[in-house]
Design a protein around this ligand. Structure first.
Ligand SMILES: [Mg+2]
Length: 252
């Protein structure tokens, strides 16, 4: 017999759905480097000053000085499309006409932020490949639901060597209502023909866990490897663990 075990409890599940940023890959490392670069590029293009840079990063929910991302902010939770709108609004507030602001964001920010991930930006938050292999070996399906764009997410999974182990990916640009709406979760369960009640969700934000709750997920697991604290996640989680490395496949 094989079983999935978390903090000494055995979990009976057919599908584990993971969030990506802050759960599988180091969010600060990836988006921190990328946002700093793309934000600076945009400010340069506009000919803006440090006030514009500060307002831009504050509005995105990111502090470039400390590298800290606000877990409840746009960068942590919103789709890329909404993040681009936030950047456009900030330029408008700094006196750039809306049309020109959109153009600046499209040419300087979008092109930078939507570039495909590269191996040096992707730092796995634990033994992702080993965990996915052991889940699949135990007959448990694996899926990923992310606010990031579908193609970027797929490429990131490929860079980690796990794309072949993932049965379904739902991205922020796939047309589902964003987390905590249960839409993407319900879609993934239907696609893999697994009842939501037989599914376990693993994520680093309250939005991940509430999405799972609304979809009727069997088990909800919060991870502390991302942008949220144990106190924030605990009310919505059956388990709160340091990272995905606390999920084990046991043979009995
Ligand atoms: Mg996340």
């Amino acid at each position: 017999m094989t079983g999935l075990e978390i903090l000494g409890s055995t979990i009976d599940t057919d599908l584990v759905i993971f969030d990506k940023d802050g759960t599988l890959i180091d969010f600060e490392y990836y988006w921190g480097q990328r946002m700093r670069l793309c934000g600076q590029r945009l400010v340069q293009r506009v000919g803006g000053d440090t006030t514009l840079a500060a307002d831009l990063f504050t509005s995105l929910g990111y502090d470039p000085a400390t590298g800290i991302t606000d877990g409840a902010g746009p960068l942590a939770t919103a789709t890329m499309k909404k993040i681009y709108t936030v950047a456009t609004v900030v330029l408008y507030q700094h006196g750039v006409g809306w049309d020109r602001a959109e153009e600046f964001v499209r040419t300087a920010f979008v092109a930078c932020a939507s570039a495909m991930p590269t191996i040096e930006l992707v730092r796995a938050l634990g033994q992702v490949q080993m965990l996915f292999e052991s889940l699949v070996w135990a007959g448990i399906r694996v899926a990923v639901i992310t606010s990031d764009d579908h193609s970027t997410a797929t490429e990131t999974l490929a860079l980690m060597g796990v794309d072949d182990l993932v049965g379904a990916v739902a991205g922020g640009d796939d047309g589902f209502a964003m987390k905590p709406s249960p839409d993407a979760f319900v879609h993934v369960c239907a696609r893999l023909q697994v009842m939501p009640s037989r599914t376990m969700m693993v994520g680093d934000t309250v939005a991940d866990l509430v999405m799972a709750q609304r979809a009727g997920a069997g088990v909800k697991v919060g991870v502390l490897s991302g942008v949220s604290t144990a106190a924030e996640l605990a009310p919505y989680a059956d388990f709160v663990i340091p990272s995905i490395d606390a999920i084990h496949i046991t043979r009995t």
